[in-house]
Design a protein around this ligand. Sequence first.
Ligand code: FE2
Length: 262
Amino acid sequence: MTHAGKRRVVIDQVLRRVWREKGLPFGLLTRHINDDPATGAQTLVVDVPPGWTMPEHWNSADLELLVRDGDLTVAGRRCRRGHYLFLPSGTELGPISSDAGATLIFWADSPFEVRTDERPTPSKPLAETVDIFDQANWIPVREAFAGVTDTSSHGDLEVPTQCIRLRKVEESGKDTILFVLPRRFSKTALEFHHSTEEIFILGGWCATDPDHVYHSGDYLCWEPGVIHGVVTGWEALCLSKHHGPLTSPQIPLGATSVDAER
Ligand SMILES: [Fe+2]
């Protein structure tokens, strides 16, 4: 099973729910964007109210967050708008607080579980936050993906796409990437992936075909093997997450199906 394929979710049209979870202090609101019933993984947008706090604890899931707005202090890192942070399972997360409140894009890779018992060794060391709006962090896609299995669909790009590999492929094969499509972006090749691809649009616009244009605040999810393209865009900031090894093989224009098992 994978995350449900979704052609478009307009985040601001998703109803908020009060987030009730054992060990989670009252006050958070969630918007459910997607999930994978087989793994318990969830994609949420979370509103943190001003002054919200949470004491020391850890979580048994790998967590990722991007601050869309506001501020959040978590695991000793002070995050503000545009900051991304990967929180490996077992990391000491608290105390958590927000002064002005925050809106977060939030991923849990397995069931979300607040724990206060003895903490295991974190699954990975905690890295620093990454500011996705700082252009000094953007590098050419070709450089960022040197050595990655099959990304031949990126081979004939005439305009330079830049990216930040926020979370690199590990044993789990998961990869979180900020893609920056420049002005006049047009990728003539079609593409598909062997794992689920989720994308949050954070700025500019991009289109996965001429009739489907996405703007900031939109989300989409391709299940493995779904052909998309030709991809065009203009100053698009796309936060994408792949739930397995990132591949993007080239397939001929006009193709209507692929074998995603290969
Ligand atoms: Fe894609």
